[in-house]
Design a protein around this ligand. Structure first.
Ligand SMILES: Cc1ncc(COP(=O)(O)O)c(C=O)c1O
Length: 384
């Protein structure tokens, strides 16, 4: 008998399959059957990175000084650009200790629990949520404790019901997948809870800039006391259509960032400096592309929301993100609805994939044109 060599660790076996990998496989299966697919599944911006950012990378890539190992915390000039970007929001940060570069926000989120969570310690994770908060907790041998986000609580966790013996708490507004937004009062209740119970807060602000109809989303760090308890993780992926570049940043409490930095410095060797240069250009350069992006997503949102309402779906018009969180027709199970959609050539993400409280919803990503969205609505009308 051949000896079994490959045995996965318990922590790896404990992980659910990464949702989008599974959906990708099903999508490819349908494509192989010749079905023309409209992909409203993964939140991957369809539009190109603005040309001035690409040109900045091109220039920086020619400079041999950028060809060496970067520092894992990021160049000071990059951290200064991040601080400058926050200064425009009225938030003052010390670039030397209160800002670090990330290889995308996913990387920072995934590494954070390793710095703070001991075996079995509790980490509060919203449900439904971007899957990485729970997965990163499991990888650090921590215990994810779910905070339900429901229509009844406006998709804001009821922090007064949360346990108090907690190490770390993840929140995310504007929210994926529910597209909900949080006001400063909510953030203040999180700061109070964290101060009272000694809990570290990580606010994932990946969609902070993607807001509509004149609404501006507050930064967690705009709350007095927030910097004493937490960090905000942000990304250039969505704001500047730079998903493939893998660049983001974490800002806030210096001691928390120090912990994250220590983990990172032992695992990664930082973001390619030429990409950091391009990131500086993105943050310090003209911001009209961001405004144009908001207009594009708002038009797509309206096309989808109006279309779905016309065919009888009861959906809210979100104020932010590029998602629409739609209750399934007659509360049908989300996986069933997503499979029915797939047969009609539409990929949307079943809510249950984001956690048990996502059941009864599907998430549409607004990453295709208005025309394609209108086509998708016509297809939906035929099957529902
Ligand atoms: C809520 C949320 N956080 C973080 C990320 C990761 O973004 P990135 O790693 O590209 O910065 C995503 C990506 O979809 C997201 O939806």
């Amino acid at each position: 008998m051949v000896k079994r060599i490959v045995k996965y660790s318990q922590r790896l076996n404990d992980l659910p399959p990464y949702l989008f990998v599974k959906i990708d496989a099903l999508k490819e299966e349908k494509r192989a059957q010749g079905i023309d697919i409209i992909d409203l599944g993964v939140g991957d911006p369809d539009r190109a990175t603005p040309p001035h950012i690409v040109e900045s990378l091109e220039r920086a890539a020619h400079n041999p000084l950028n060809h060496r190992y970067p520092s894992s915390e990021g160049m000071l000039s990059y951290r200064e650009a991040v601080s400058g970007w926050y200064a425009k929001k009225g938030i003052t940060l010390d670039p030397s200790s209160e800002a670090i570069a990330l290889l995308g926000s996913k990387e920072g989120i995934a590494h954070l629990p390793l710095a703070f969570v001991n075996r079995g310690e509790k980490v509060l994770v919203p449900d439904p949520a971007y899957p990485v908060y729970g997965i990163a907790t499991t990888l650090a041998d921590g215990r994810p404790i779910s905070m339900p986000l429901t229509a009844g609580n406006n998709f804001l966790p009821e922090i007064e019901k949360a346990p108090t013996d907690v190490k770390l708490l993840f929140i995310n507004y504007p929210n994926n997948p529910t597209a909900a937004v949080a006001d400063k009062e909510f953030f203040k209740s999180i700061v109070d809870y964290a101060l009272d119970n000694g809990v570290i807060v990580c606010h994932d602000a990946a969609y902070l800039e993607l807001t509509f109809d004149g609404y501006t989303a507050p930064s967690f760090l705009s709350i007095p006391g927030a910097i004493d308890v937490g960090i905000e993780i942000n990304s250039l992926s969505k704001t500047y259509n730079m998903t493939g570049w893998r660049i983001g940043f974490a800002v806030g409490n210096a001691e928390i960032l120090e912990g994250l930095k220590k983990v990172k410095s032992n695992i990664d060797s930082g973001t390619f400096q030429a990409i950091q240069r391009a990131g500086i250009t993105a943050m310090e350069g003209p911001q009209d592309t961001v405004e144009a992006l908001r207009t594009v997503y708002a038009q797509r949102r309206d096309a989808l929301v109006d279309g779905l309402r016309t065919i009888g779906w009861q959906v809210e018009r979100p104020k932010a993100t590029f998602y629409v969180w739609a209750p399934t027709p007659d509360g049908a199970p989300s996986l069933e609805v997503a499979m029915k959609m797939l047969d009609a050539g539409i990929v949307a993400t079943p809510g249950v994939g984001f956690g048990e409280h996502g059941e009864g919803y599907v998430r549409f990503a607004l990453t295709v044109s208005v025309d394609t969205i209108e086509d998708a609505v016509k297809r939906l009308e035929r099957v529902f």
